[in-house]
Design a protein around this ligand. Structure first.
Ligand code: FES
Length: 571
């Protein structure tokens, strides 16, 4: 084994090494500090992140594995983001969490790290931090909850809340029934059970090679999660001994495999900004276009909500991610490695589909093309994305007049105004929701339908926004428009009544206004009024440095890796 990083703190018999060791001993044997791998367990357990509450139990299994393999396990509570709780949006804090985790990993005597995440932003922030720190790291996804049922029907987290809320507004479900479903929605510990962002990022962390193969997607209450956690603890020690770091695992091929997986599982559009941000930390040349060129050839094989019928414990029962990837082995990069030291494809041989309704065989896909489509045009010069699998087929080519909302508050104030001129063919445009504009790029793009159209039976319309959409949401929604309105993007120039053309097949998004007229327009006064630039704190730092969605919405000064070196002693 190469010299341990932690020996910079512990090896020797001088005053400083004495101080580092003595304050840590507290019952540990004399040989614990100095010569033994120090494995941090970066733990996002928090009572404010209900999806991750169970990670303390997971951490205990990791500790057992680390200690058994000769390492010293040390828990490091890190910034945790509860998607349903944090305002104004958890995405505003993703980069802050990543920066804080990276700095605390670097500042402490750590040789390797086990990353415990679950809820949407936690695995992305952990991976961004680990990529920049670049010492051996393995992710344990906390896993989805079990499926709750209401009146005999399974409930999909998020997706069924949106559906039921729309039915209440349409008058087809009573408010009493809506409220009664609340206690059935979250059946057990774990994160959302739909193919939302948490499920997607847990599975993609495995496709990237950063999870013990075959373990992502294990339901949170399943004892096999603890077994996997024990094994991951042992593995972390081995990875330190082998110097198996993120930069030696995460290649362009790893991201290629993650994009193939994203399409095959019908994963969340949020994965686009997260994968771009992780790649940016490693200097991997990944572009927005790669999601289309690599992903568009990939069939959709997994029939999960929000686009399909089943839920995450069904996917695990049906064979899990490896069974899905086995069907598309020929599309994967055979050289991309995993934390095991072996290529991902070598872990697919024994995978099997146990339920062909949940995971379709390659020859019977749900859709021939399951990937994210990347759109360009004068309304999105730097790109926008749409998830065709979650959209209505009849709206994938559409020409309609814009109904513009300056902010989400403006939307809520006017959407049910009986005088609002809107019909099923209108295109709803919501701006001021990008990284700088909100700030933080919230999940508001899937605007609810106007009540008068819901009552008339309309369930989907074309919607365009510079923000994001929850991975559990659905609809014909164009997202991540770049540049955003607040950064001077042409979205700021759209006026009510303008014609907009969406053509997903042609990958185009066009504002049908002559160039000269567009050049003469300036952003509306209402748009400027809706944007209040923050004056201090994290929001100020964020707005001054955040990049646009097409490059991952990381902070410009966090791109790249600093590594693990700390040049100066603390005393
Ligand atoms: Fe935590 Fe959905 S709210 S995963």
């Amino acid at each position: 084994m190469a010299t341990l990083r932690s020996d910079q703190w512990y090896a020797g018999d001088d005053r400083n090494t004495y101080i580092h060791r003595a304050w840590m001993r507290r019952g540990y044997p004399g040989d614990a500090f100095g010569g033994r791998p120090q494995i941090a367990i970066a733990n996002t357990a928090s009572d404010f992140t209900p999806c991750n509450m169970h990670l303390n139990e997971v951490a205990q299994s990791v500790k057992n594995g680390v200690y058994e393999a000769g390492g010293i396990p040390l828990e490091l509570p890190v910034v945790s983001l509860g998607e349903t709780q944090v305002r104004p949006t958890a995405m505003l804090w993703r980069n802050m969490a990543a920066m804080a985790i990276e700095e605390m990993l670097r500042a402490n005597p750590i040789d390797g790290v086990v990353l415990l995440g679950g809820c949407d932003k936690t695995i992305p922030s952990l991976l961004m931090a680990a990529a920049s720190f670049d010492l051996p790291a393995v992710v344990i996804p906390g896993g989805p909850m079990l499926t709750g049922t209401f009146k005999g029907r399974p409930l999909g987290c998020g997706t069924d809340v949106y559906k039921l809320a729309e039915e209440v507004r349409a008058g087809t479900v009573s408010r009493e029934e809506f409220t009664a479903s609340e206690s059935a929605m979250i059946r057990s510990k774990g994160h959302c059970n739909t193919m939302g962002t948490a499920s997607t990022m847990g599975l993609l962390a495995e496709a990237l090679g950063m999870v013990l193969p075959g373990t992502a997607g294990t339901p949170a209450p399943d004892s096999r999660l603890l077994e996997a956690s024990h094994a991951a603890g042992r593995l972390a020690v081995e990875m330190v001994e082998q110097d198996r770091r993120p930069s030696t695992i995460l290649s362009k091929g790893s991201f290629h495999n993650a994009i193939v997986a994203l399409a095959a599982i019908g994963g969340s559009s949020n994965a686009v900004v997260h994968l771009l941000a992780i790649a940016g930390r490693l200097g991997v040349d990944l572009s927005l276009e790669d999601f289309d060129t690599i992903g568009s050839r990939v069939p959709l094989l997994v029939d999960l909500l929000p686009a399909g019928r089943f839920l995450m414990d069904d996917l695990y029962r049906a064979g899990g991610l490896l069974a899905v990837l086995r069907e598309v082995t020929d599309l994967l990069d055979p050289t991309a490695l995993t934390v095991s030291g072996r290529p991902l494809v070598e872990h697919l041989a024994d995978a099997r589909i146990w339920d062909r309704e949940v995971i379709r065989p390659r020859g019977e896909p749900i859709l021939d093309e399951g990937g994210i489509a990347v759109l360009h045009g004068n309304l999105a010069p730097d790109g926008a994305v749409i998830k065709p699998a979650a959209a209505s087929p009849h709206l994938l080519k559409h020409h309609g007049r814009a109904v513009v909302f300056e902010s989400i508050e403006d939307f809520h104030a006017r959407i049910d105004d009986p005088d609002l001129e809107i019909d099923a063919d209108s295109v709803m445009v919501l701006r001021g929701c990008g990284p700088k504009g909100y700030p933080g790029m919230p999940e508001v793009a899937n605007m609810p339908m106007p009540t008068k159209l819901l009552e008339a039976g309309v369930r989907d319309m074309v919607r365009i926004c510079d923000g994001r959409m929850s991975g559990t949401a659905y609809g014909t929604v164009v997202l991540h428009v770049a540049p955003e309105a607040a950064a001077g993007g042409p979205l700021a120039l759209v006026q009510n009544g303008d014609w907009i053309e969406l053509d997903v097949q042609a990958r185009s998004l066009t504002l049908d206004v002559p160039e000269e007229e567009l050049a003469a327009r300036s952003p509306s006064a209402a748009s400027a009024a809706a944007y209040a630039a923050p004056t201090r704190g994290w929001e100020r730092l964020y707005v001054d440095h955040v990049m646009q969605a097409n490059t991952g919405a990381d902070l410009d000064f966090l791109v790249g890796a600093t590594g693990s070196r700390v040049s100066r002693e603390s005393h």
